[in-house]
Design a protein around this ligand. Structure first.
Ligand code: PLP
Length: 398
């Protein structure tokens, strides 16, 4: 019999009852160090007092009015996001994929408004992940995403991530934009090089294309800058955000320059829930923390400590953890044994992590961790590495 909850996830048999900071407590009272953060969402940890206060204060005042009226929290958040980025304007959504889809629609509308409606194609990259709508899976083209969901939405041409020559060769007079995750998450924590990101900007300018970055996972301080692309010194024309921006409250945002958004006039796009007063109250409280002086420096500093410790781990157990990758607190360990086994073994050691492509486990702790959390995580990783290493040696001896 099909479960009442549609079985599209192979869920771990654990349910959490409450969270505090970097820790989650399951219904049996067991404590876990949360280096999953609900897949890079709870950027300030669980039950952050400022977020709880912002949400409860707003809950007592007003939940929802629709976008038929002004929403002061939206105006404030949009002003802060544009002041802190390349963008001039923001559309708020409920989820990541809706923010990404807004970007795709904006790209098409941009060229339509310029009298070039045949320019609608978007170059995307291998191992990409942009969400689960029909257009997002058509953009990513991964077998596991598209199988059974055909016919695929037209308009996406895929090239190898990181290969600028292949990308340039894929551009035609129908190409409108290049869409890239500057730091791929689901694909296996694969950062684009600075040269690739700079090459994308130069290529977009050369061919008159829009450059569209998906920073849904890498944005809002996760890598020690507000946005990952800042490390490369380039800016996109369009960018989607979600996950960390709401600190656990469902929220996405599509940011754009005024020039990119020329087609997005009244009536062209909409959402009932996106950017409602509850979401805005929480997101403004998240930004208060992330933009506070010293916050991003602390993320960069603690991520340096974690990066170094992971280096020692890889040196000590190369057959279990063959490589460290990523940036800031969006880190990956490529595994020798199946990554699913490692995720389970770590959970038994009270450490939560997330699997990703290329047999990688993702470490996505909240941005508020300190050295004690790093030590606790490393203790669990070392215990599991020791056990798996012993098991592989025994296996080899048999
Ligand atoms: C880079 C990236 N884009 C888009 C999405 C889709 O976001 P959502 O699941 O909120 O629709 C995700 C989610 O994992 C993501 O990591």
């Amino acid at each position: 019999m099909i479960p009442a909850v549609m079985p599209t996830y192979a869920r771990a048999d654990v349910a959490f009852e409450h969270g505090q900071g970097a820790y989650l407590f399951d219904t049996g009272g067991r404590r876990y160090l949360d280096f999953a953060s609900g897949i890079a969402v709870t950027a300030l940890g669980h039950a952050h007092p400022a977020l709880v206060a912002a949400l409860t204060e707003q809950a007592h005042k007003l939940w929802h009015t629709s976008n038929l009226f002004r929403i002061p929290g939206q105006e404030r958040l949009a002003a802060r996001l544009t002041a802190a980025s390349f963008a001039d304007t923001v559309f708020f959504t409920n989820s990541g994929v809706e923010a990404w889809e807004c970007g795709v629609k904006m790209v098409r509308k941009h060229f339509h408004a310029k009298g070039q409606p045949d320019r609608y194609r978007i170059v995307t990259c291998s191992s990409a992940f942009h969400g689960r709508t029909l257009s997002a899976i058509a953009a990513a083209k991964q077998e596991k995403l598209v199988t059974g969901f055909g016919p695929q939405v037209d308009g996406f041409d895929q090239v190898a991530f990181g290969n600028l020559n292949e990308l340039r060769a894929a551009i035609t007079d129908r190409t409108a934009a290049i869409c890239v995750e500057p730091l791929q998450g689901e694909g296996g924590i694969r950062p684009a090089t600075v040269a690739f990101l700079q090459g994308l900007r130069a290529t977009a300018d050369e061919f008159g294309l829009l450059l569209f970055f998906d920073e849904i996972q890498s944005g809002i301080g996760r890598t020690g800058k507000l946005f990952f692309h800042e490390w490369a010194g380039v800016t996109p024309d369009v960018m989607c955000l979600a996950k960390g921006i709401g600190g656990g409250f469902p929220l996405g945002a599509c940011l754009a320059t005024e020039a990119a958004a020329i087609g997005m006039t009244a009536g062209t796009h909409g959402t009932t829930f996106g950017g409602n007063p509850l979401a805005m109250a929480v997101a403004n409280a998240v930004l208060d923390q992330v933009l506070a002086p010293g916050f991003l420096d602390r993320v960069a500093a603690i991520s340096g400590v974690l990066w170094e410790r992971l280096g020692h781990l890889v040196e000590a157990f190369p057959e279990v953890f063959c490589e460290r990758r990523g940036a800031g607190l969006m880190l990956g360990l490529k595994c020798g044994p199946p990554n699913g086994d490692i995720v389970t073994a770590l959970r038994h050691e009270n450490l939560l992590v997330v699997p990703a492509g290329e047999n990688v486990i993702r470490l996505l702790p909240p941005l508020i961790i300190d050295e004690t959390h790093v030590e606790t995580a490393l203790a669990a990783l070392t215990t599991v590495a020791t056990a798996k290493s012993a098991a592989s040696t025994e296996g080899a001896a048999v």
